[in-house]
Design a protein around this ligand. Structure first.
Ligand code: DGL
Length: 281
């Protein structure tokens, strides 16, 4: 089974890790649109166009399902894409429902990109959920995904400073949970706890996406049980620019999470027109 995972960059690797728990034997094709990242401050029309290009790439590569591991792309493109989809498309959206349910009182702080925060999809979601508009405070974190994406020597210090200056002032006395509405922010969940306090819950939607993927593929999952991460995985990485550097960083992040990529999967990385169903060049 072949699963396409899409993001502007390394944020989507966290969603990939969640999917690996439930589908450890699948072959994952990871597409990071580094040429156009960050998506968060582009126009929804541009994001939609790039997401459609990625989707076409996945279809040419013969995937069985596509996961939009990017809240921004889901906000801008999932609805039109689904209208003419050949395979199941699973989008990610901020796990606000879970946060509201787990924390029946107090405020929920939602961190996301500007596109996600200003999108109709979020407004609709907030309007549908009890307490959504009253208890959820969305905060657009422009520039934060970029800091995380660099993975340079000082990225964690810069991310921490960003949180102190831009996010902590938005925290209220009754803030109970922070929802990570951008997959990149999952790489700084520990920093968010450090800056906002250990008693604040940090919630992301990756497990829900992985379960939804299984559901769409008719693969049963057990409620309340999160399987362990496998130590090896079949993953092919494709970044639209700086592929070598980005793939190296991605392999390091996966390895630091306990997952080693099986060798030779990179052979899959050939120009789109040469990608065959078998994955051979
Ligand atoms: N990881 C993406 C998301 O979940 C967006 C990051 C970006 O701005 O490119 O929204």
């Amino acid at each position: 089974m072949r699963i396409g995972i899409f993001d502007s960059g390394i944020g989507g690797l966290r969603t990939l890790l969640a999917c690996l728990r439930y589908l450890p034997d699948a072959h994952y094709l990871f597409y990071g649109d580094s040429a156009h990242a960050p998506y968060g401050d582009k126009s929804p029309a541009q994001v939609r166009q790039w997401t459609e290009a990625a989707y076409a790439w996945f279809i040419a590569a013969g995937v069985d399902a596509v996961v939009l591991a990017c809240n921004t792309a889901t906000s801008a493109a999932v609805a039109p894409l689904r209208e003419r989809a050949d395979v199941p498309i699973i989008g990610i959206e901020p796990a606000i429902k879970k946060a509201l349910e787990d924390h029946p009182r107090g405020e929920i702080l939602l961190l996301a990109t500007a596109v996600t925060v200003s999108g109709v999809k979020l407004q609709e979601l907030l309007g549908r959920l009890e307490g959504g508009t009253e208890r959820v405070r969305p905060l657009a974190c422009s520039g934060l995904a970029e800091i995380i994406e660099t993975q340079d020597v000082q990225w964690r210090e810069r991310a921490s400073r960003y949180l102190q200056v831009q996010v902590r002032p938005a925290q209220q006395q009754d803030t109970r949970a922070v929802v990570l509405g951008c997959t990149h922010y999952c790489w700084i969940d520990d920093l968010i706890r450090d800056v906002l306090g250990r008693d604040i819950a940090v919630v992301d939607g990756n497990d829900g996406v992985a379960r939804q993927l299984c559901h769409r593929l008719n693969i049963p999952t057990e409620a309340g049980v999160m399987p362990p991460l496998p130590s090896h995985a079949r993953i092919s990485l494709h970044f639209t620019t700086d592929n070598d550097v980005k793939s190296y960083l991605a392999r390091q992040l996966l390895a630091a999470s306990g997952v080693r990529m099986d060798t030779n999967q990179d052979l899959f990385l050939v120009p789109q027109q040469e990608v065959s169903r078998s994955g051979q060049i």
